[in-house]
Design a protein around this ligand. Structure first.
Ligand code: GDP
Ligand code: GDP
Length: 468
């Protein structure tokens, strides 16, 4: 897996010059390929030993009127969404301008990785601008002169660990595929419909396994008590010791559920130090046990590090995730709060895009019906199977809309897709040169699967295999 770098910034800072330097003569090779969009240029870049796809948002005149500014913004946003890394270029000679601040803001909100570069920094004329660049709050700028080829090794040094991360991701995928027993050879009977298998549906014999996880004091015990409908969970540190079962079989308003109770476990721990340790391994065990993980947040302090870590863990373990924001009874301006929460959710947990976010009050019981509905739906989506015929029709559409890049002029062919497993849904695409497909393209496909087959909020695995 390689990665995609978008070069963004206001007109005239030297984006095209940099693009041309990165792509060199190889541009000719990709020029006749259908581009990503009419306004974005795409090329195969080489920088030292690094190879990646680069997209360039250049080609717009300096925005003077409203409409042009809007277009510039849209174009930049699209490039940012398609890229794994953004290289934000400013002109060191001109210093930081008002529109640089606008771009910085877009990037801060939308991009996972931003690298700041101060171009035209050859000689001494760029010194002041280089210092000013710090005020953008995007860290230390890489000093570049695209025209003279200076600073390219510094840029490579900054990109190197990022490239390594994507390589590690590819290795992780390979490992996971092996662990999940996804065979490299697949049945290619495209017209076959999946067998109707309803055995995953929660029943008395096989209750839905739910874990409620969250930081201490988020309200886990209170919530579980509510679901149990009685004060069954014991609260004091001594009292809790009597209960050694960590999972409870309950009937949640008609839904057979086995609840994994991390709060109950935690309360068995006597010493603070032990408690810290426990709550980590606790969360882990809970996540491994569960089919659906309810991440319970305290509305007053949502999305703390610990919450993010456990949510991320749940995603990596392939669990369906529901975000529940508790203590909603204490919020005054619920509308504004909900807006903030959604914004924070999107920004901090992009890997869980579309996962349900419900507000609840464990104390009053409000919102628990919505929580139950969200848990049910998440479980259903997690078990969903899409027929191979539908998938392949879908793939054709996706390829037409946006063909895969052609790194170094080498065309990547995606031939065939099938769903290898459920819980969570995993798909395999047979293709040529899987290692050359940028992460951004994989993301485009995953987002497409999610949207077109209505699978919000569950982890979707997509594996690319070369055909033997
Ligand atoms: P874009 O609009 O951001 O794509 O900018 P261009 O790449 O078209 O460059 C705008 C102008 O800046 C051109 O005249 C380039 O020759 C010039 N330029 C680009 N890079 C450098 C550089 O490193 N140093 C100097 N002095 N000029 C540069
Ligand atoms: P746990 O550590 O996650 O199990 O959290 P607890 O269930 O022990 O709750 C921690 C504190 O938050 C207790 O004082 C609860 O009474 C309080 N609490 C829990 N849920 C709610 C809620 O929905 N609203 C309000 N106002 N307080 C809550």
């Amino acid at each position: 897996m390689s990665f995609t770098l978008a070069i963004v910034g206001r007109p005239n800072v030297g984006k095209s010059t940099l693009f041309n330097r990165l792509v060199g003569k190889r541009l000719a090779l990709v020029d006749d390929q259908p581009g990503v969009t009419r306004d974005l240029r795409e090329g195969a870049a080489r920088l030292g030993h690094l190879k990646f796809t680069v997209i360039d948002t250049a080609g717009l005149e300096e925005a003077t009127d409203e409409s042009l500014q809007g277009r510039m913004r849209k174009l930049t946003e699209r490039a940012v969404d398609m890229a794994d890394v953004c290289l934000f270029v400013i002109d060191a000679r001109a210093g930081v301008t008002a529109s640089d601040h606008v771009f910085a803001e877009i990037l801060r909100r939308r991009s996972a990785h931003v690298i700041l570069a101060a171009n035209k920094a050859e000689g001494r004329a760029g010194e002041a601008g280089l210092l000013e660049a710090y005020e953008l709050g995007l860290g230390e700028p890489v000093r570049l002169s695209a025209e003279h080829g200076e600073g390219m090794s510094d840029l490579a040094a900054v990109l190197d660990p990022i490239a390594e991360r994507f390589a590690a991701q590819a290795r992780e995928d390979a490992r996971r595929m092996e662990a999940e027993g996804i065979a490299p050879e697949m049945d290619t009977d495209v017209d076959e419909e999946p067998e109707e298998d309803e055995s995953w549906r929660p029943s008395d014999e096989r209750p839905l396994q739910v874990a409620v996880v969250g930081r201490p004091n988020a309200g886990k015990s209170t919530l579980i008590n509510r679901i149990l409908g009685e004060e069954r969970l014991l609260t004091g540190p001594e009292a809790g010791i009597t209960r050694d079962s960590i999972s409870l079989r309950v009937d949640w308003d008609g839904l057979p559920v086995r609840l994994f109770d991390t709060a109950g476990m935690r309360k068995k721990a006597k010493v603070q130090e032990k408690l810290e340790k426990l709550s980590v391994s606790d969360g882990l065990r809970a996540v491994k046990f569960a089919e659906v993980v309810v991440v319970l947040l305290d509305a007053a302090i949502p999305f703390e590090q610990q919450d993010l870590r456990i949510a991320d863990l749940a995603e990596r373990e392939g669990r369906a995730v529901v975000i529940a924001v508790n203590k909603w009874d204490l919020e005054d301006d619920k509308q504004a709060k909900l807006r903030d929460l959604r914004e924070a959710f999107e920004r901090l947990l992009p890997q869980l895009r579309g996962a349900p976010l419900v507000t609840v009050s464990a104390r009053t019981g409000r919102g628990l019906d919505r929580l139950q509905a969200a848990v049910r739906t998440a479980h259903e989506v997690w078990n969903r199977r899409v027929s191979t015929a539908k998938l392949n029709r879908w793939l054709i559409g996706m390829l037409e809309q946006h063909p895969p890049p052609a790194p170094g002029g080498r065309r990547i062919r995606l031939r065939y897709v099938t769903q290898a497993k459920t819980r969570p849904p995993a798909f395999v695409i047979m293709c040529s040169h899987p290692e050359a497909v940028p992460a951004s393209y994989t993301r485009y496909l995953v987002n497409g699967l999610r949207a077109d087959f209505d699978m919000p909020g569950v982890p979707i695995r997509l594996y690319l295999r070369s055909q033997a």
